[in-house]
Design a protein around this ligand. Sequence first.
Ligand SMILES: [Fe+2]
Length: 363
Amino acid sequence: MRFLVLPPPRDVLQKASPPTTRAGTEGPDRENAKPPSTISRQESQSAPPRHQPAASAVLHESLGPPEDTSFRLRHLFNPAKGWFRRTERWINKFLSHHVFPRVPGIWWPYSRALERDLTVSEASIALRGLDDGLAGLRVLLISDFHAGPFLSPEALERTFERLMSLEPDLILLAGDFATVRLQEVEPTLAAYRCLVAPLGVYGVLGNHDHYTGEPASLCRMLETAGIQLLQNCSVTIERGDGRLFLAGVDDLLCGDPRLDEALKGRSDGTPSLLLSHNPDVFPEAVDRGVSLVLAGHTHGGQWRLPGLPVLVRMSRYSLDEGRFQAGRSQLVVSRGLGATGFPFRIGCPPEAVLLTLQPSQDP
Ligand SMILES: [Fe+2]
């Protein structure tokens, strides 16, 4: 079910969600902060300021129940390395490097569309072995920002401020911070500093981040904005007596994904989350018993016609958007916030996903 709520005027939005920084701990927000939680990697962050609820400022929809998937490969069109994919990638890089940055005002249409159409998709996810201490954990999944010619840093910052009104406990960023250049990301760092959560902000790189040719520099840059990159590594999230294993894997297409290394150190009975830019890691994650995979990359197709399937599929297993299930593992794929190729979306608005984790009643 989808219900629409008109966003309040911009000046109201700004009053409802004042920009904050990770270090900011003063004023009335500090009084509203939750008790600090622990993160096993122990770069402990002080409890962040909590924003005044202003959830009516975005459109909300339900993700609905998970769809069973059998991982049937698409043989006619391989989005990983087929001729179409190679051609699309070359054209995208060429336009983003040499054409779009020279078009005056090209950032305006998509920046405005993002603020107008931003949708929060919500779901409650039951995880086996989740301790009561983590029941009700609110996980905000955001993906595919694509800093660059189509998106103004100010629009991204305002978007993040609105999302912070959802009061997530944990924020996961599923990659594609850049479009093609490292320099695109630098002006957006102030926006990322708006993202604060008691249990931390974690990210992985996407294929476009590797297009920059400087993934290590990009990781360092993002870390200055308070994002902990999980490139083939993991942390354990703790709240009360509850523990949650959180791993991240590098991009499947252009990175150096090492899933077994990322999942090293899991203990039996502890639910596991895997953050991956590309949803096509899901079959391997199912084989390894990962509880929940969180991904982006597909943009939901970016251009959709009513009633028809996705026109441009980025998943080899047709994991285009929404929830999926295989065996005891689940997958959530976000349409993401940004756009590539052309500065618009049709029929699939920009999306952030808010998940509420609950203990499963199944044995
Ligand atoms: Fe993307």
